[in-house]
Write a protein that binds this ligand. Sequence first.
Ligand SMILES: [Zn+2]
Length: 256
Amino acid sequence: MDTVSAGFEDKDRYDRQRRITWVDQDAIRSSNVLVAGAGALGNEVVKNLVLAGFKRITVVDMDDIVLSNLNRCMFFTDSDVKKGMKSEIVAERASLLAPDVEIVPIVGRIQDVDIEGFDIALGCLDNILARMDLNATTCYYGIPYIDGATDGMRGKVHVILPGRPCLQCVSNRTHVKTMETRHTCTGNSSFTPHLASDVTTTAIVAAMQVRETMKIISGHPELCITNVTYYDGTLCDMFTVEADIDPTCPNHGRES
Ligand SMILES: [Zn+2]
């Protein structure tokens, strides 16, 4: 193991991270990352991406900031409530964490964003319709997709690589029923229920999303979660479940 000797010159911001053998810091620096959602997970994900050395980040969210966001969103303050748009505030304040970072905010729906050309997408979304849409488009373009989700003290991270099961493959009838219900009742795909949410579960799920992103961008997808890791903060338990591609899933036609 390397040691730090007296007189060590501290010139590299990422010196400690480079000591992780599989990390490719240059690849991280040059990658083009899409973050869908600038809420609780989006705040933590963008913070982790910037500190890890990602330079090119686009963050998409259609919402403004409300008071109940403030218990788990590090970039939002009381003065932003009902004034600031989530993606713009995250981009502005996360840019202060590292030099030369280029964070592009988009105020709008992820469904309306052209995702072609991104190296990876991180899902920090709180509605199933948007997640399924991003899942389908990333599958179509062969873009790795790291989906994160929380519900109170429970969370999960699903790593979707080309040739691996996607969100739709592992969706059960409850998900489908929920989508149908929301669409029928509201006619608005952006409808979002108020689920329980806390910063500790958010931080853990977001950290896992960014760590899996570092593996993929560093050229080590073999180190990634296969396929979904579930976290239960109440029990301090975490386990990973392998899944299969659903042969009826329409998102894998290009791979066969
Ligand atoms: Zn699928």
